[in-house]
Design a protein around this ligand. Sequence first.
Ligand code: TXA
Ligand code: MG
Length: 326
Amino acid sequence: MSAVRTRLVRATPSAVREAAALLRAGALVAFPTETVYGLGARAFDAAAARRVYRAKGRPCDNPLIVHLADPSDLPQVARRITPLARRLAAAFWPGPLTLVLEKTARVPAAVTGGRRTVAVRCPAHPAARALIRALGEPVAAPSANRSGRPSPTTAAHVRRDLGGRVPLILDGGPCRRGLESAIVDARGIRPVLLRPGTLTPETIARAAGVPVAAPGRGAPPAPGTRHRHYAPSCRVVLAPPAEVRRGALPGARTRGAGLVHRSRWPGRRPAFARRVAGGPAAYARALFAALREAEGAGVRVLFVETVPDRGVGRAVMDRLRRAAAR
Ligand code: TXA
Ligand code: MG
C-alpha cells in the first residue's frame, strides 16, 4: 500500500470534525477509547472496512467491532435484540462491553468476516463518542495495532504501528482501562463470555441475573482469539509472584533480560524493569505499554509477573498467556 503522511493531533472539537470528514470520505482514523485505541472506518462501507484489514495486516476472517455513539443506535446494526442484550447494554453502555448479536442487512459482510452476527459496543471515551456522533453513523474499529502486536494504549503506540498507513491519529491520552472490551454473545438466555475484559464475569453475571457461560466445546470463541496475539518482538516468560519475590527466575540477571512485576524483586534488577504499583486494574492499564517499552529497550527475554486468574486478573492472564505463546 502507498504511504500516507500521518498526523497525530490532540482530540479537540475541530480535530474531531476533521476526523469525521475523513471517515465520511472512506478514509481511516485512529481514535482513543477507554479500553485501547481503535482504527476506525465507516461501518456501512465495505470498501472502508477492507482498508482496515489491509492497514493492520489482519486476516479477513477476523471481524471488526462496530462502535455506536449512543446505546439507542443499536437497532441500526443488530436485530433480534434479546432481553439479555438490553439488560447488559443498560448496565454497561457506554463502557467496555461488546455484545454479539444477529446483524442487520446494513452491516456489510466485510465488517463481520462473513458472519451473520455483529460485535457491537458503545465506547465511554468522550472523543470516541464525539467522533461517531460527528460522523452520524456507526464506526467499525478493531484495535489500532498491526495484527498480532500488543494493542495500543497511547497515540504514540498507534503511530509506531500504523504511521504511514493512516492519515490521522486522534490523541485522547492514555487509555483508562488498558485492555480490550469483554466480548459477550448475548443471543441466548445466558451471557457467553467470548473474550474476558476488565469488566469481570462476576459483574456481568450480576447485571444479567444469570451466570456467565463459557463458549461450548467445539464452539468457536471470538475468532480473533485463535490467532497469536499481543506479542512484542521479545520473548515473554510468565513469572509467578513467589518466584519474583525469591528472585528465582533463571536468566533474569543475564544481558537482554527484562522484568515487569508487582512484587518486590530482591537485589539488583535487570537493566529493564518496570514495577507497577496497585492492584490488578492498575496492572491491566500498564501491561501493553510495558510490553512495548521492553521491546523498545532491546529486551530479548521479558519476564512478566502473573496475577491471580480471577476478576480483572482473568483478562490480564488471558492476554499474558497469548503473549507468551510461541
Ligand atoms: O475494546 C475493544 O474491544 C477495542 C476497542 C477499539 O473498541 N477493539 C478491539 O478490537 O479490541 P479487536 O482488535 O480485538 O477485534 C475485535 C474482536 C476480535 O477478537 C473478533 O474476533 C471479535 O472481536 N469479534 C468481532 N465480531 C465478532 C462476531 N460477530 N462474533 C464473535 N466475535 C467477534
Ligand atoms: Mg486487536
